[in-house]
Design a protein. Structure first.
Length: 257
């Protein structure tokens, strides 16, 4: 689908992931437009698109929410509103609650990676992850409606996460667990490794230039030359690297002539 982006933005094509594959994100009584917008952005980063809002404070839509989404407006456009949490999870077969504190409830507790592995193990089932209010999170009664708890291995010295950060961590874990965490680019060599012939020619050009510049002490020339060859070998030069080095040497020797 093509999302309806904010004025002045280039429309973008978004690949939807069907319900039953990715979990829905449920925000319970979110208050700030910025948090909802940034949540939409975090969801879009990792391919989540189903946003459910339970009684957002001060109504919906909120002023400034689309700007905070930074182009992830397809998530906002598809968001659904619910009058109660029970309605928001009525069609779900597996629901997780996120919380930063121990609740004293007999529920399994997962890190995000483990939690999303559980979600991925339920193909075709509607699943959801609940996130609570900015200030107080979810109530114990709300947590009691879920199958398990997700919490985050944060530093005990500073355990506070904002809403979008928590959604981002869950989205990343889901993308990893679902096998979709493919890097957009790699660091593979664009030029093949240099041949031995090219390296030997580079050594010859470098040593000739250094001889002409009076670089070598006569009694240490061979030792220094060998050390420099070893150094260049350790760099695992490509064909392009060798061409660049030789071009630089030609420029320097022309300038010094």
């Amino acid at each position: 689908m093509t999302s309806r982006d904010a004025p002045g933005e280039t429309p973008r094509t978004v690949t939807e992931i069907p319900p039953g594959i990715a979990p829905a994100v449920i925000l319970v009584e979110p208050q700030l437009a910025e948090n909802i917008g940034m949540t939409a952005r975090a969801m879009a980063n990792f391919g989540l698109s189903e946003l459910r809002l339970v009684n957002p404070k001060n109504g919906w839509p909120k002023k400034g929410v689309r700007e905070a989404a930074s182009g992830a407006t397809h998530v906002l456009d598809g968001a659904t509103l619910y009058g109660s949490l029970a309605e928001a999870i009525a069609d779900c077969r597996y629901v997780l609650a996120t919380t930063a504190r121990e609740r004293g409830q007999m529920k399994r507790v997962f890190a995000p990676e483990e939690a999303m592995a559980e979600v991925v193990a339920r193909p075709g089932q509607r699943t959801a992850v609940m996130f609570g209010r900015e200030r107080v999170g979810l109530t114990n009664d709300e947590v009691s409606l879920t199958d398990a708890i997700v919490t985050f291995p944060v530093s005990p010295d500073f355990p506070s996460l904002n809403l979008a950060q928590a959604v981002l961590l869950v989205g990343y874990a889901w993308r990893q667990a679902s096998g979709r965490a493919i890097l957009p680019f790699t660091g593979e060599l664009l030029s093949p490794p240099a041949t031995r012939e090219a390296l030997v020619a580079l050594f010859g050009s470098l040593e000739t230039a250094l001889d002409a510049a009076g670089f070598y002490p006569p009694e240490k020339r061979e030792i220094i030359a060998r050390n420099m060859r070893d150094m260049l070998h350790r760099m695992s030069l490509t064909e392009q690297d060798v061409r660049t080095f030789r071009g630089a040497l030609r420029a320097l020797t022309r300038r010094g002539a």
